[in-house]
Write a new protein. Structure first.
Length: 155
C-alpha cells in the first residue's frame, strides 16, 4: 500500500495517511462497461484495487482488471481522480478497452458482467457509478471527493 505523509505531518501537526488505488472503466465496442460484484460486500463496482509500490498506475490497472475479471486491457487515458475522505483512499480511474481474455470471477468477485450505462446508474452506488459515467463524457479528467456513500459538493 502506498502511503503519503504531508509536510504538516512531518512537522508533527497530524498524520494523514492515504492509499492510492486504480480502477478501469473498460468499454466494449458496443458501449457496454465491465463491472464486478464484489465478494466481500456484494456491491457492483469497477474492477480495481490498491496500487503496488513498484508499479505504474497503468501497470496496476492492467493487473487489477485481469486478476478480478480475466480480461486483458489496453489503457487509454486517465478520466478521474476520486478521494474517499472517510477512508483516505485516492482512486485513479482510467478508460480502457478490452484486448483479450475471457470473463471469469475471482476470489474478489462473485460476478463479472458487461453493463449498459443505464444499468450502471441503477446497480451501482453514486460514488462508483459516477466514475463510469465520467469516463464516458470525454470532459475529464474529473476530480471529485466523497464520503464513501455520497459525493461531496465542490467548493
Amino acid at each position: 500500500m502506498l502511503l503519503y505523509m504531508s509536510n504538516s505531518a512531518q512537522e508533527g501537526q497530524s498524520t494523514p495517511l492515504h492509499s492510492v488505488s486504480v480502477a478501469g472503466v473498460v468499454v466494449r465496442e458496443d458501449g457496454r462497461l465491465l463491472a464486478i460484484r464484489r465478494a466481500d460486500n456484494g456491491t457492483w463496482e469497477l474492477p480495481g484495487g490498491v496500487l503496488e509500490l513498484d508499479e505504474t498506475p497503468e501497470e496496476g490497472v492492467r493487473r487489477e482488471v485481469l486478476e478480478e475479471t480475466g480480461i486483458h486491457i489496453e489503457v487509454d487515458e486517465l478520466t478521474g481522480v476520486y478521494k474517499n475522505t472517510t477512508r483516505g483512499i485516492v482512486a485513479l480511474v482510467f478508460r480502457c478497452k478490452p484486448v483479450g481474455g475471457t470473463e471469469r470471477t475471482s476470489s474478489e468477485s462473485t460476478a463479472v458482467d458487461w453493463l449498459t450505462p443505464e444499468e450502471v446508474a441503477g446497480w451501482m452506488s453514486e460514488v462508483y457509478a459516477i466514475r463510469l459515467l465520467d469516463a464516458l463524457d470525454g470532459a475529464g479528467p474529473h476530480v471529485r471527493s466523497h464520503d464513501g456513500k455520497h459525493l461531496t459538493p465542490t467548493r
